[in-house]
Design a protein around this ligand. Structure first.
Ligand SMILES: C[S@@+](CC[C@H](N)C(=O)[O-])C[C@H]1O[C@@H](n2cnc3c(N)ncnc32)[C@H](O)[C@@H]1O
Length: 378
């Protein structure tokens, strides 16, 4: 088994959660802006792809160095051990980005990195012709930040938010990674009731169900690195077997998703069936103000409309008021609402126990947290 420097990329604000997940997989890690870095073998590549719920993708760091000139970029890229990662038939497109660096022409940087990798491989494979590139895909990225070039290979393929269950969606679906983060930020345990009163296409209830049964989020999809010859098939078989062993398919769940729009309820049901939770999550058409519960010590997590669209502001504010009234008696329940509306607490009628800044794409939001009473010790 080799040792690789791995990067789990993270959306702004989710780095600490990604780090927690990486640590619970058994790897020490360092947290930086937008990424968590750790060292691991081939199994770590498979396991992190399969298990990380809040990371965007897994990359392998091939090298990192200062580069002020194109010559430097070329020579230092050529000096990296590309033959370890790229067989003779590898397809290796190069993408790039540059921030606050002397080498600002991204297309030139990409072309130079491509040329340097080709030069290195030509020498290694004793070729003087172009490579056909008709084998497995290894997408290289050159990312320049303040004149430091980080050269990586993407080991995920589609972003990790693509779990494979979303067959349909509404207007503003939550990214699966952020939905998982919301559930992780609550104190929910699988034996407690869970409600998403604004379920839309069902992302939050489905992510909660996967967490409740400890199902690896990547179990039902493929990763680009599964096709790489240098990672033995057994590594992936073992990682999938581990995921299968750790899944708690018998864990009962009490998860409900509701939405005012019956079309969204149908879509959520379809997605839940695709995710394997057709029987396990209850979906119903209901307005938030009509929610009433008989159970105790549950968790409510929601991503309501923010009221940013023209003409909907007043209606959304009124809906927040009605929600505050409907939830006012649930003193054993913990309630978490993510919205960009800065006056949410006033409309809801209660100051939050805690607020946490989160970005929904480019929209800055707060997760308003209302912690309920703790259950009595048993
Ligand atoms: C931002 S979307 C939620 C998206 C969802 N998290 C997903 O991943 O698809 C907000 C949802 O709230 C629903 N909604 C709006 N007003 C409502 C109300 N008064 N009661 C319940 N649901 C409402 C909308 O139909 C919409 O599906």
């Amino acid at each position: 088994m080799g040792k690789y420097q791995l990067i789990a990329t993270a959306a702004m604000g989710l780095e600490a959660l990604v780090a927690k997940e990486v640590r619970s997989l058994g790897y020490n890690c360092e947290v930086e802006n937008g990424r968590v870095t750790f060292i691991g073998d081939e199994a770590a590549i498979a396991r992190s792809n399969l298990w990380l719920r809040t990371a965007d993708r897994i990359k392998i760091k091939v090298g990192e160095f200062k580069a002020f000139t194109f010559d430097e970029l070329f020579e230092k890229t050529k000096a990296l051990p590309w033959e370890q990662f790229l067989p003779e038939d590898a397809e290796f497109p190069v993408i790039g980005k540059s921030v606050k660096s002397k080498l600002f022409s991204v297309s030139d940087c990409q072309a130079i990195v491509k040329k340097a990798v080709v030069e290195r491989l030509k020498k290694h494979y004793r070729r003087n012709t172009w490579f056909e590139e008709n084998g497995a895909l290894s997408r290289i990225e050159v990312a320049l930040l303040k004149d430091v070039a980080t050269i990586t290979i993407d080991a995920s393929g589609s972003g990790l938010h693509k779990r494979g269950y979303r067959i349909d969606q509404g207007e503003a679906p939550l990214k699966e990674t952020l939905a998982a983060a919301l559930v992780m930020l609550t104190n929910w345990q699988a034996d407690r009731p869970f409600i998403d009163p604004f379920c839309g296409s069902g992302t939050i209830p489905i992510e909660a169900a996967m967490m409740g049964q400890n199902i690896a989020p990547g179990f039902n999809r493929e990763f680009v690195s599964e096709a790489w010859k240098w990672i033995p098939e057994k590594v992936w078989d073992d990682a999938r077997m581990e995921a299968e062993d750790l899944a708690k398919y018998d864990q009962p769940l009490d998860i409900t998703g509701s939405d005012i729009d019956h079309r969204m309820v149908r879509i959520a049901e379809g997605n839940a069936i695709e995710a394997g939770f057709g029987e396990l999550i209850n979906f119903k058409q209901m307005q938030v103000r009509d929610i009433s519960v008989s159970k105790e010590y549950g968790v409510i997590v929601g991503n309501p409309p923010y009221g940013e669209r023209l003409g909907e502001k007043k209606a959304v504010e009124q809906m927040y008021r009605e929600m505050g009234q409907a939830f006012s008696k649930l003193d054993t329940w913990s309630i978490y609402m993510m919205t960009s509306n800065e006056e949410f607490e006033e409309f809801y009628g209660k100051p939050a126990t805690k607020k946490r800044k989160l970005f929904n794409g480019f929209i800055r939001t707060d997760l308003y947290q209302y912690w309920g009473k703790k259950p009595p010790r048993q």
